[in-house]
Design a protein around this ligand. Structure first.
Ligand SMILES: [Fe+2]
Length: 246
């Protein structure tokens, strides 16, 4: 199938070239989290969503409600809601928070970081109704960001990218020249799509831009929990003029 992105889930095509060094990787750490109160979390998110007097429309600078007809239009056709960002302080979410922090410790280990431990600064829920989506963004004021999916995404057509999370290549200077290509691969594709599934947890550098593809299911809502990770400890070295203790 000729598509305009590289299918992340398909094994790379073989090439005659040897020793392609994929330097300076941009990692997305995938793991799976299973907790004992997933249903309770989904119920809590659904309740917050349904009790919200007006569905919040998110944009690049924060929350706002569009005035006049645009509100009606968006409420009917595009519903993108997110909760308060203090879920990590709510006991319902403690088990999830602690498991995420365990994985974050493994991420820090993968980087071989010492003298710092991860801490969760904020956590919030996202609920997407029919046509709801999350705009392209990165996460400010944190070191890593992440998302956890309490259930499989709403059912959509088999080949649809609806409800996938999309990551956008941060090294855009490589598109200065754009020859036509026969097909997409890891070298010539500027975005990757990952299909959420129940329990999936993704952690990635906070500066990595991402968004979600609109929910095409008219009945089922899409739930996810996002979070921002920072650190406790000390960066840098004594007398190196770059020390920072948090
Ligand atoms: Fe995000």
């Amino acid at each position: 199938m000729n598509q305009n992105f590289w299918d992340y889930s398909v094994e790379q095509n073989k090439t005659e070239l040897k020793d392609i060094h994929h330097t300076f990787p941009t990692p997305i750490f995938e793991s799976s989290i299973s907790i004992s109160n997933t249903d309770e979390i989904i119920d809590d998110l659904r309740k917050k969503y349904e009790q919200s007097p007006n569905h919040t429309i998110s944009n690049s600078v924060g929350d706002f409600l569009l005035p006049g007809d645009e509100v009606k239009k968006l409420e009917k056709n595009k519903v993108s809601f997110y909760t308060e960002d203090t879920l990590n302080e709510n006991p319902i979410y403690f088990e999830l928070r602690d498991q995420i922090l365990d994985i974050a410790s493994s991420v820090f280990n993968a980087y071989a970081y010492i003298d710092i431990t991860p801490r969760m600064e904020t956590m919030w829920g996202n609920v997407l109704g029919y046509s709801g989506y999350i705009h392209p963004h990165s996460h400010s004021n944190c070191m890593f960001a992440g998302v956890w999916y309490p259930e499989d995404p709403p059912h959509v057509a088999e080949n649809s990218l609806s409800n996938h999370i999309r990551f956008i290549d941060p090294t855009r200077m490589k598109y200065f020249y754009m020859p036509k290509v026969e097909g997409r691969n890891q070298l010539n594709s500027g975005e990757i799509y990952i299909k959420p599934k129940k329990g999936m947890c993704l952690i990635f550098p906070s500066w990595l831009e991402h968004d979600t593809v609109p929910n095409e299911n008219t009945e089922e809502t899409r739930f996810s929990i996002s979070f921002n990770l920072f650190f406790n400890g000390t960066l840098g070295f004594p007398n190196s003029l770059n020390r920072l203790t948090v």
